[in-house]
Ligand binder design. Structure first.
Ligand SMILES: [Zn+2]
Length: 125
């Protein structure tokens, strides 16, 4: 009985966490798209929980965009995405690479997104 109650309350908490994470990420993505100053950034754990596994980053010097799969990082899930910035500097712009810009969180890698766009075009969507 107690275990059942705990499981039920855990499910409710999970749903709430997911909802909060989705809302937070939506707000963050919208701000990043408008290149607004970063007032907050979601945690790695929030992004993973909500299924936004890919962090898209841009090199301001060569404008290359990369998508980092957050699931593959050995980082604390409570760390903010912005804490990754120093580690995301562009390789081809070394040794003077500027800090990477965080573009957005996405459910898709760049390859997935291109594939989806291509399919949509083929289907005349
Ligand atoms: Zn670069």
């Amino acid at each position: 009985m107690a275990a059942e109650k705990e499981a039920a309350s855990r499910r409710a908490t999970d749903a709430q966490v997911l909802e909060d994470a989705e809302r937070l990420i939506g707000a963050w993505n919208a701000r990043q798209a408008k290149r607004m100053p970063m007032l907050f950034s979601p945690t790695i754990g929030a992004a993973i929980a909500a299924g936004y596994w890919f962090l898209w980053v841009r090199c301001p010097a060569c404008r290359t965009i990369n998508a980092i799969d957050l699931r593959t990082l050995d980082r604390h899930h409570g760390a903010a995405l912005s804490s990754l910035i120093p580690a995301l500097s562009c390789w081809s712009c070394q040794p003077n690479a500027p800090f990477a810009e965080l573009v957005r969180l996405s459910r898709m890698s760049i390859a997935d997104e291109m594939r989806e766009e291509y399919t949509a075009r083929l289907l005349g969507d």
